[in-house]
Design a protein around this ligand. Structure first.
Ligand SMILES: [Zn+2]
Ligand SMILES: [Zn+2]
Length: 399
């Protein structure tokens, strides 16, 4: 039996995050969700790194737990960095996820970056350096570090993004490309979209939440079946031995379709192309989403078996069933009573037999069955607006 890992999250030192994002709170929510491994987030931030050192102990080689916490939640040292620089006369903005094998490795990375850059300003620091040079610098400090291009298709800040990215990892990483082993899908993309691009074929596909609040932990995640230690996880990522990724329906992400938020325009790529990429309301260039970019770079049939499962967060399912807001008292109260009765959220959504769920709640069982069978209506997100997934509810057979 494998375990679930969410490798990319943020601390309270990143912009627009909750001040409640402290390590015990993250560990508590990881338990509620059913995640075994969670990224520490933001290890480049001096204050957050200080709290990582004081609040955690090494509970498995290269993995860390909150002191006196017996929940068996392990943190892996992770950080996201934002690189903004010019290459071939174009401004590039790329986010990278960095995983480190030890506190000592993080000390070295922070010391090296801290000499030239301000790491204090943001949990996700902005560094004026090229992806190639910075990756080479970090890998030279410790070759067990993993560098993973984050949410690789999003328009504004990603390696293959429409606004400020590249057309391939090789163009971006140059001679360092052979040392890059994995890419992250991001919320608006799924593995089949990646499988249509031949230059991505050799990379392991990962999915993470990029959560800015503890509640959003695990909204995307990875199932792994490997030794619970940094090297085990790193080896699984390098070798492509991921059991599966757990994905948002990509339409739910904020950048699936093209559009303009302020003009209220959301378009599929075919419509965008008919309009020459221009907004029919304001006449300016549309924000081209992830689907557009994926179609632009696609050069092969997605013929590889890519293991993944779609998932809708349990609170969103309850919100639909109870016709009440996702963060309402009603939904929250019922959410926690379900976790208490049935187990962690990932167990309910992914593992628990439908018959068992129906003994507690028949309508919920029907909704989860619809989710597992991909019977959903999809309203795609665009230009920073989240999409909507509506479960198609059929009556369940009585059990
Ligand atoms: Zn990012
Ligand atoms: Zn417009």
């Amino acid at each position: 039996m494998g375990f679930f890992a969410d490798l990319h999250i943020h601390s309270r030192y990143s912009r627009s995050t909750s001040p409640a994002l402290e390590l015990p709170e993250l560990a508590r929510w990881a338990g509620i969700k059913g995640l075994t491994v969670v990224g520490s987030g933001d290890f480049t931030h001096p204050q957050w790194f200080a709290s990582l050192k004081s609040s955690l102990y090494e509970s498995a080689p290269g993995l860390f737990s909150v002191k006196k916490d017996h929940s068996r939640v392990y943190f892996i040292l992770s950080s996201e960095i934002s690189l903004i620089y010019k290459k071939n006369d174009r401004v590039r903005k790329v986010h990278l996820l960095v995983l480190a094998p030890s506190l000592a490795a993080v000390e070295k990375i922070n010391a090296s970056l801290g000499r030239r850059f301000n790491l204090r300003a943001d949990g996700r620091p902005i560094l004026g350096a090229s992806v190639r040079d910075l990756s080479a610098e970090i890998l030279a400090l410790d070759d067990r570090v993993l560098i993973i291009p984050a949410h690789i298709w999003t328009p504004w800040f990603s390696l293959l993004g429409s606004r400020s990215g590249f057309d391939s990892l090789e163009e971006c990483f140059e001679d360092v490309a052979p040392f890059i082993h994995a890419v992250e899908t991001g919320l608006s993309a799924d593995p089949p979209m990646l499988a249509q691009v031949s230059s991505l074929r050799r990379f392991t596909v990962l999915s993470n939440s990029d959560a800015h609040s503890a509640q959003n932990l695990g909204r995307e995640a990875n199932e792994l079946d490997c030794p619970l230690r940094y090297d085990g996880i790193a080896q699984a990522i390098r070798g492509g031995e991921i059991v599966r990724t757990v994905e948002f329906f990509p339409e739910q992400g904020k950048y699936h379709h093209d559009g303009h938020r302020l003009c209220g325009i959301s378009l599929p790529p075919a419509e965008t192309r008919k309009l020459g990429g221009m907004c029919p309301v304001c006449g300016k260039p549309l924000t081209l989403g992830v689907l557009y970019r994926a179609e632009e770079l696609a050069d092969q049939k997605a013929d590889l078996p890519v293991p993944f499962t779609y998932q809708v967060p349990l609170k969103q399912i309850l919100s639909q069933l109870m016709a009440s807001g996702e963060n309402s008292k009603k939904v929250n109260g019922y959410y926690f009573s379900l976790i208490e009765r049935l187990g962690p959220e990932f167990h309910i959504l992914q593992g628990q037999p439908i018959l068992e769920i129906s003994r507690t709640d028949e309508r919920l069982a029907a909704a989860i069955q619809a989710m597992r069978e991909n019977r959903v209506r999809r309203v795609p997100g665009y230009d920073g607006v989240y999409g909507k997934i509506i479960l198609d509810l059929l009556p369940t057979p009585k059990g």
